[in-house]
Ligand binder design. Structure first.
Ligand SMILES: *Cc1c(COP(=O)(O)O)cnc(C)c1O
Length: 308
């Protein structure tokens, strides 16, 4: 069995977030702490995996094979889930063998690793890429990079219920929208599906505009047969994915000190800074209540300092 038992993973806590720039604009924000769901498995990547694990179960698979980089939050969540739930995992890695904190964890969690080089990894979208791997690991179910697509989005739909169940505990009777970091847009698409037009979902793009996030979201929404899609995307990439500048780092440090909430510079830090910019530009009327999703990613931060 790859599927986790119902209620296996604890609920992500929902907490009020107080920051001076929010108070000044009279915007209320509550943060859904996906970084706090489990000591091993954290972030949105876990939710993106759920339906892939269910599909693997239905197919009678004994484990999962997937791919990612040497700091991949996706492979980390997958390997941790395999360890926790007791199924086999194989990771196909971009580049050449290196020991990052993430890679050490993957090995410690029992994931079998294969390094594809850079050219080999680029071939991942080509027809026939999976064929040799499926011959080699016939009992493993392949999951696309990052756990994307409609199955990935469906797993993220349950974030809405997690928030609804906790609103009363923070004294809210409702909310006006969601704010979260986007890479592929899969997590955002899941919220768009769950909301079905009830509330807008605002996506802070961690990748430049030309990465086709809007098209990816449209594809998922269309495949799900949903017509009531309410969302808006903002460029939060600051010039490129994983590009970091002193103003961003300073903002993250200030925010962490003021709130006690850890952020990383690739996704959550950029998403928070983009929110500040939109709040200060008057995007939201006073009294607006937003749910900010902390999508996790803190494990990847360990390898980050040494690279930059
Ligand atoms: C992968 C990731 C995202 C982006 O999720 P998508 O579903 O690809 O948009 C955001 N934040 C963190 C921390 C991530 O690891």
């Amino acid at each position: 069995m790859l599927s986790p038992p119902a209620n296996w993973l604890p609920q992500a806590p929902l907490e009020p977030l107080q920051l001076d720039w929010l108070g000044a604009a009279r915007i209320e924000v509550a943060i859904l702490r996906l970084d706090q769901i489990d000591p091993l498995i954290s972030g949105n990547k876990w939710f993106k995996l759920i339906e892939h694990l269910n599909a693997a179960d239905r197919a009678g698979a004994e484990g999962i094979i997937s791919l990612g980089g040497a700091h991949s939050n996706h492979l980390h969540a997958l390997a941790a889930a395999g360890k926790r739930l007791g199924f086999a995992t194989v990771g196909l890695l971009r580049g050449h063998p290196q020991q990052t904190p993430t890679v050490k964890d993957l090995q410690a969690f029992g994931m079998q690793l294969h390094w594809l080089g850079y050219g080999g990894y680029r071939a991942r979208h080509e027809a026939g890429f999976w064929q040799p791997w499926q011959s080699r690991y016939p009992t493993l179910h392949p999951v696309p990079e990052g756990g994307g697509g409609l199955p990935g989005a469906r797993g993220c739909m349950q974030l809405r219920a997690q928030v609804s169940a906790q609103l009363a505990s923070i004294g809210w009777s409702g909310y006006d929208g969601w704010w979260l970091a986007c890479g592929t847009g899969t997590t955002l698409a899941g919220l768009v599906l769950a909301e079905a037009g009830a509330h807008p979902v605002y996506g802070a793009l961690a990748v430049p505009d030309d990465h086709g996030v809007a098209q990816q979201v449209e594809r998922i929404v269309e495949e799900a047969g949903e017509t009531r899609a309410l969302y808006e995307l903002f460029d939060a990439s600051r010039g490129g994915f994983a590009r970091v500048d002193p103003a961003l780092l300073e903002f993250i440090e200030k925010t962490e000190n003021a709130s006690g909430i850890p952020l990383e510079p690739l996704y959550t830090g950029k998403a928070m800074l983009a929110l500040k910019q939109q709040v200060e530009a008057g995007k939201f009327a006073p009294g607006t209540r937003l749910i900010f999703i902390h999508t996790g990613g803190l494990q990847g931060l360990r390898g980050f300092g040494s690279q930059h």
